[in-house]
Design a protein around this ligand. Sequence first.
Ligand SMILES: Cc1cc2nc3c(=O)[nH]c(=O)nc-3n(C[C@H](O)[C@H](O)[C@H](O)COP(=O)(O)OP(=O)(O)OC[C@H]3O[C@@H](n4cnc5c(N)ncnc54)[C@H](O)[C@@H]3O)c2cc1C
Length: 321
Amino acid sequence: MTGFTDFFPYEHRAFTRHRGVTYPLPINLQTINQFFGMSLSPEQARKLIENQAASSRTGSAGNLRDRAIAEIGEPLYEAFIEGYTAKKWQMDPKRLPASTISRLPVRLTFDSRYFNDVHQGLPASDYASWLQRIASHPFIDISLGTDFFRSSLRTHIADRSLNVPVVYTGPLDKYFDFELGQLGWRTLDFEFQRVAQPDFQGTAVMNEADIDVPYTRTIEFRHFRPDHEVPVAESIIDREFSRSAEQGDEPYYPINSADDRDRLSGYRARAESLQDVYFGGRLGTCKYLDMHMAIASALTLVERIANDRSWVAVANEEAGV
Ligand SMILES: Cc1cc2nc3c(=O)[nH]c(=O)nc-3n(C[C@H](O)[C@H](O)[C@H](O)COP(=O)(O)OP(=O)(O)OC[C@H]3O[C@@H](n4cnc5c(N)ncnc54)[C@H](O)[C@@H]3O)c2cc1C
C-alpha cells in the first residue's frame, strides 16, 4: 500500500459521555478509575471487574446483555454499553444475540488508543487520491455511474460469454433478486453542522452512551488531521443517528438476527454455486469490515481468483500457453 501513498502517523482515540462526564474508550484503566472514583492498579481493577462480573452473571449469556455483563459486570455495562447499544440497534440488548459483539475490549493499562495495531496511520493526502493512484494503471478502466443491474454484464454472466471473473460488491440479497427475503441492515442519518468555534469537542469522536441523547456519536473532522493547523474560527461536526435501513437507504451495518443468519447462509450457498461471479466487500459478503479488513479481504479474494483453476486455464489459453 505504501507504494501508492505515504501515511501520516495517526492514532485513533475516542471518548464517550455518560451522565455529563467524559471518559476514554475503549474501557481502560483511566475509564475504570474515573468511573469508580478510585486509583486502582491493573491487578486491583482486574479483581474488581471479575468480582462484579461474577456477582451479576446470569447464567446463559445467550444475549448481548448477559454476555457483556459476564465480561465486565453490571455497572460498567449499564454506563457504557447498554444505552449506546440500544440506540445503535434500536433494540433492548436483551433481545440481541450475544454474537452481535465480539469480546469487549477492556484494557488494564492507561493505553487509550482505539486500535491495538502496531502500524497505524491515515493516507497522507486522502483516501480518494490514494485509490485514484491505485486505479491509474493502463490495465484498469473505470466506468462510473453504471448500475450493475442495468448493465449488460448480467446477460453476459448468464450466458457465460464474458470470459473474465466478475467481482460483485453490491448487496448480496439484491444480486439474487431478494429470492430468500431481504437481509436486515442498519443505516445512519448524518446531521452536519458548521459551528462557530474553532474546536467544538477537542477530539475526533465523542460517543453518547446515554439513551436519552438521540444520536450515537459526534464526529469533528479537523481532529483527524492534527498535523494540519487550520486557522479558522469555525469547525464542521456531524452527528450520527442510527435506524433500520429501508429500500433506497445506504446499508451500513448488517443486523445479523437469527432470520438474517438463515437467509445469509442460503444466499452464500447460492453465491458459492456460481462459477464466474465472486462476492466481495462489506455488501457482497454482508459483513461489517473496517478499512484494513476490507483491503485484506480484497487481497485474499484476488489471490483466490488467481488460483482458481478455471481462470488460470482461460488466461493460459489467451496467452497461447
Ligand atoms: C458509517 C461508517 C463509518 C466507518 N468508519 C470507519 C472507520 O472509522 N475506520 C475504518 O477502518 N473503517 C470504517 N468504516 C468501514 C469502511 O468504510 C468500509 O470497510 C469500506 O468502505 C468497505 O469497502 P468495500 O469496498 O467493501 O465496500 P464499499 O465502500 O461499500 O464499496 C462497494 C462499492 O460497490 C458499488 N456498488 C454497489 N452496488 C452497485 C451496483 N448495483 N452497481 C454498481 N456498483 C455498485 C458501490 O457504489 C461502492 O463503490 C466505516 C463504515 C461506515 C458505513
